[in-house]
Structures are given as structure tokens and as C-alpha cells.
Design a protein around this ligand. Structure first.
Ligand code: SF4
Length: 83
């Protein structure tokens, strides 16, 4: 059984994923799955500031168009999850 990310409560981006159904793949892939590979998590555990717009895959989220950007990135995350 996988453990969820230990930063669910403090992560600024996690609630954004919750608001968009298309972003569920991010939660499955990283937040509830392989969170150790999340670029946000990696920065947080070493005490570095985590940019608000940093996505788990290291790309930057365009907050002006957050929903489309999250949705557009989701297929790539889904494909990576199948590898
Ligand atoms: S985005 Fe990363 S740091 Fe935030 S809750 Fe998900 S896995 Fe954890």
C-alpha cells in the first residue's frame, strides 16, 4: 500500500488539483503515489522555497490559465505513469 505525500496539508498546489477534475491524474501519479519524485516535494524536504507555480514534473503552471494548463499537462503525466 502506498502512502500519500507527507506535504498534502501544506502544499499550495494540492488544493488546485482538487478543484479540477482533469487534474486528478496529478494526485494519483504524485500526491497519492510516487511523491518522492515530485519536484515540489524535493524542494520542500531540503528546506528550499517552493515556487507556487511549480508542478510536480518540474514545469511551471500558468496561473492565469490554470485549468487549461493543468489539463494540458495531464496526458503527459498519464503517459509517464504507464511506463
Ligand atoms: S504536489 Fe507534490 S508536494 Fe504537493 S502534495 Fe502533491 S506530491 Fe506532495
Amino acid at each position: 500500500m502506498r502512502m500519500p505525500c507527507t506535504h498534502l496539508e501544506s502544499c499550495e498546489l494540492f488544493p488546485t488539483f482538487t478543484l479540477h477534475a482533469t487534474a486528478r491524474i496529478w494526485q494519483i501519479r504524485f500526491c497519492e503515489g510516487d511523491f518522492a519524485r515530485c519536484e515540489r516535494y524535493k524542494l520542500a524536504v531540503i528546506g528550499k522555497p517552493v515556487p507556487r507555480t511549480l508542478l510536480p514534473n518540474g514545469k511551471s503552471l500558468d496561473l492565469a490559465g490554470a485549468a487549461p494548463a493543468i489539463a494540458a499537462a495531464a496526458p503527459a503525466v498519464a503517459a509517464a505513469a504507464k511506463k
